[in-house]
Design a protein. Sequence first.
Length: 243
Amino acid sequence: LSKEKKLIGGGVIAVAKMASVFVKKVNLFTYGDPKLLKKLIYPIKNINIINFSKNSEIQTKTRFINSNRGEKLLQVCNIDKNTFSNSKVSTIIKKLKKVKGNLVICDFGVGLFDNNLLNFINRSKIQKFINVQTNSVNYGFNLFTKYSSCFYLSLDSREWSLGLKTKELELTNIKKINVLNKGITKGQKGSIFISRDKIIKAPVFVKSVKDTTGSGDAFFVITSLLLMENAPNLLIPFFGNLY
């Protein structure tokens, strides 16, 4: 077995790095060891890190990969929930009040988007693009229904089903949600984009997949950017799947 190790920035770090390819500047609101955060985004220069909790632990996943086939063999997670004091949350809110453009929210269910911060986001009139992730730690507890409204909501089919409390996902139920634009990723079945009452389906573009890790984040990033640029609806899920 090869003992080669590689540190990769996932989660919101990956989202910021993907977005940085297409825009002049990304303001990344996050937390954790400043040196580690800088290491994770290096050598990208157009990401501005706004670190609101330098001593909070960054959630990590350790993956063991077959070096010959590039396949994931085992994954060990350290995703304990962080707790943030009221004063810390107040500081975060003050920083977010200065945001004048688009607000992209990646909610991985690790304790940040709760209580006062969540209430602020729900009251905010700024244009919001939201992804709410379900994982083995927060399964059934981190639902999109915690957000009252947004401009765009992108989830996989399981995350939609959990929030709607239904086993069989019906597009008619999704259309009723108070969100102008909705993205649904369905793995090998492709994706669906719903804008108002218009439904657009897009196929997948690969025959076999080694690892789907990060696919939902990639779809979320590119479709959000396309929406910001008022791209034609037909292109949004198409390029989302390609990316």
